[in-house]
Design a protein around this ligand. Structure first.
Ligand SMILES: Nc1ncnc2c1ncn2[C@@H]1O[C@H](COP(=O)(O)OP(=O)(O)OP(=O)(O)O)[C@@H](O)[C@H]1O
Ligand SMILES: [Mg+2]
Length: 236
């Protein structure tokens, strides 16, 4: 397994956001974490990254126990987050925004190469490298935020509600980009979403959180067919 989370508990003072959640992700997998507002999705990602108080549980990444490492060492081990409402630097160009993501690559000049590769991978960014990021549409800025997180060539991309605030057509484009990165580049992705239908369509497996606890773990197709979960999460 690339990532193994076992019995993870996250609490903010007296407020328990996550209660004993376990999850695993194999190399090359795209896995969704679904759940309503306040279910604990962001807390799960932040717990994995070490950015919120973890009260219990274990986190293994690439075979090593990272549960006690500071956030920057977890990032350096090869995980990157595209945060909720990810922002790009509006006055910097697309290329400058991408270069801002090179932390962890070292000083050997590979950043230029990665930026070129990413401009190739994202058709909407291609040809716009020297344009200010503010001139991109909302959906294109989200794609730039994803591309920026990939400059350091992470083994695992954590994505928090990347479709939020986008109209369906633009959200679909972002999901298509994630699916392509997973299929063609073999990128491992843990995708947190409220848009269950769209994220399940590109996921191999899924977990569902309800008030901080895991209520479903299984294949995306099984979740799509589960009558109770379908009613709750897919509006059917
Ligand atoms: N910094 C914080 N301090 C106190 N409580 C918090 C904090 N962050 C989150 N919580 C609480 O923890 C619970 C889980 O929140 P979390 O943000 O993880 O949910 P979420 O599933 O990401 O929700 P959303 O879909 O709205 O982003 C909620 O009850 C929330 O109010
Ligand atoms: Mg959230």
């Amino acid at each position: 397994m690339l990532l193994e989370v076992e019995d993870l508990t996250v609490a903010y003072g007296d407020i328990r956001a996550l209660s004993g959640v376990s999850l695993a992700l194999a190399p090359g997998e795209l896995v969704s974490v679904l759940g309503a507002n306040g279910a604990g999705k962001t807390s799960l990602l932040m717990g994995i990254l070490g950015l919120v108080p973890v009260r219990g549980g274990r986190i293994r990444f690439r075979g090593a126990d990272i549960g006690r490492l500071p956030p920057w060492r977890r990032a350096r081990a090869g995980m990157r987050l595209v945060p909720e409402r990810a922002r790009v630097f509006p006055r910097l160009t697309v290329a400058e925004n991408l270069k801002a993501g090179r932390w962890g690559l070292g000083r050997n000049g590979r950043a230029e190469e990665r930026v070129r590769h990413l401009l190739d991978l994202f058709p909407v960014l291609r040809g716009r490298a020297s344009q200010p990021a503010a001139t991109l549409s909302g959906g294109e800025q989200q794609q730039l935020a994803i591309a920026r997180a990939l400059v350091s060539d992470p083994a695992l991309l954590l994505v928090d509600e990347v479709s939020m605030g986008l109209m369906p057509k633009l959200a679909d484009e972002v999901f298509e980009v994630l699916a392509r990165l997973n299929r063609q580049e073999g990128l491992s992705i843990l995708l947190v979403e409220q848009n269950a239908a769209a994220s399940l369509a590109i996921s191999q497996r899924a977990y569902v959180l309800e008030t901080g606890a895991c209520v479903f773990a299984g294949s995306a197709s099984r979740l799509r067919e589960d009558p109770r979960l379908k009613a709750a999460y897919l509006g059917a």
